[in-house]
Design a binder for this molecule. Structure first.
Ligand SMILES: Cc1cc2nc3c(=O)[nH]c(=O)nc-3n(C[C@H](O)[C@H](O)[C@H](O)COP(=O)(O)OP(=O)(O)OC[C@H]3O[C@@H](n4cnc5c(N)ncnc54)[C@H](O)[C@@H]3O)c2cc1C
Length: 361
């Protein structure tokens, strides 16, 4: 028996593939709520699962990169990106797991665990008081503040950004999203249309995210009355030193910090990690080794680029975006970052990196 903590994408996707009996525990009464996500998925999602059309809020064909001086670069995506209704997406994935036999327990908040006679006894807070469930294996798919990681002593060395996003009344073209660079020192701001009149507007930073959001709001001339639902949450920063398993306790997704440090996107990588863990348990393979073999290089690439970007000032960003105009970024898929690296080998961009290389890595 496997107890999975968290009915997010990582936990539900894992539960679809593992052969043992699975219980999924979710602290909220409804899977997928509250939402703290923009719901952008690259075409890499189609390599993992076929989505129902009803989950898709919008389709993105173009991306606009906006530096501090406003001289933007817009490119056309070779394959469109999807904006999903994140709550519906999570429900869809957990239902797939239930179809494969997983049992779902909502309103069960994992608190702690102890070991007894080779079994893992997990304690939960439920609306009817505390309850214990035993299992042979415990999977922490419980997001960036993972209680499973904390209870198993695997939470050391964690850092995160805080993402703050509102659904805003904003008229814009529906098939393009905007990325604002240089307004926040360690991330970016985003405006992602959900429809012609509604957009997901947000920013992330390790510190002072409220202040940076205010700056973005003013830049976009958004009135407070235009902001509807606020969604905020931590986004873990990938740390290759994170240990993600210990004595039959395993971490996947945000709980393991498996996030792209350039964008904060973690849905695809969390699902991939879930699938890798299922394969490891089904075939008696070493999870720690396997996920690093399959995901670490990509995640490390994103982390290195993030460290480099975080050293740039506003003028550097103006120059970077000007330089990127020489490249057709529409070919690049950030979920397969090492596939198309050759496209970046343009003299102007290489020159930019060399001139700024003392800031990098
Ligand atoms: C503002 C913002 C915008 C983002 N936008 C994007 C985006 O556009 N694209 C993208 O790919 N990623 C995005 N991300 C990141 C993305 O949301 C995460 O990487 C992704 O949700 C990770 O999936 P997961 O299954 O690992 O964890 P989660 O989705 O966090 O799922 C964890 C689940 O565990 C439950 N849980 C937590 N603690 C307990 C407990 N103690 N007991 C029981 N259940 C528990 C939670 O309720 C939740 O359902 C964004 C994040 C933020 C904050």
């Amino acid at each position: 028996m496997i107890n999975v903590i968290g009915a997010g994408p990582a936990g539900s996707f894992f539960s679809q593939f593992v052969k043992d009996d699975v219980r999924i525990f979710e602290e909220h009464k409804e899977v997928g709520k509250p939402i703290a996500c923009t719901g952008i998925l690259t075409s890499a999602i189609s390599d993992l699962i076929k989505l129902d059309k009803s989950l898709i809020a919008n389709r993105i064909k173009r991306v606009r990169l906006i530096p501090p001086n406003g001289d933007y670069y817009e490119f056309k995506l070779k394959t469109e990106e999807l904006i999903v209704f994140r709550d519906q997406f999570d429900k869809f994935l957990v239902e797939k797991a239930q179809d494969k036999g997983a049992e779902l327990y909502v309103h069960h908040r994992f608190l702690d665990f102890k070991r007894e006679d080779g079994e893992i006894i997990s304690e939960f807070e439920t609306k009817n008081g505390r309850k214990n469930f035993s299992s042979d294996i415990l999977v922490g798919a419980d997001g960036p503040a993972s209680k499973v990681a904390q209870a198993s002593g695997l939470f050391n060395g964690r850092r995160n950004w805080v993402g703050k996003q509102y659904t805003a009344n904003l008229e814009m073209e529906k098939d393009v999203f905007y990325v604002y660079f240089g307004g926040v020192p360690d991330f970016f701001g985003w405006v992602v249309p959900e429809s012609e009149t509604k957009a997901r507007v947000g920013i992330a930073s390790e510190k002072n995210v409220g202040m940076y959001f205010e700056m973005l709001r003013k830049k976009l001339n958004l009135k407070e009355k235009d902001l509807n639902e606020c969604q905020a949450g931590p986004i873990p920063i990938y740390n290759p030193k994170n240990v993600t398993s210990k004595d039959k306790v395993y971490l996947i997704g945000d709980a393991a910090g498996q996030i792209k440090s350039t964008t904060g996107g973690g849905i695809v990588y969390g699902m991939r990690a879930g699938k890798i863990l299922a394969d490891c348990l089904n075939n008696d393979l070493d999870y720690e080794k396997e996920w690093r073999k399959k995901l670490h290089k990509d995640l490390m690439f994103h982390l290195r680029i993030r460290r480099f970007l975080n050293k740039l000032d506003k003028n550097d960003y103006n120059e970077l975006i000007r330089t990127l105009k020489d490249i057709d970024l529409g070919e690049f898929n950030r979920d397969y970052p090492l596939k198309n690296l050759g496209m970046f080998m343009k003299p102007s961009l290489v020159g930019f990196f060399l001139r700024n290389s003392y800031k990098a890595i």
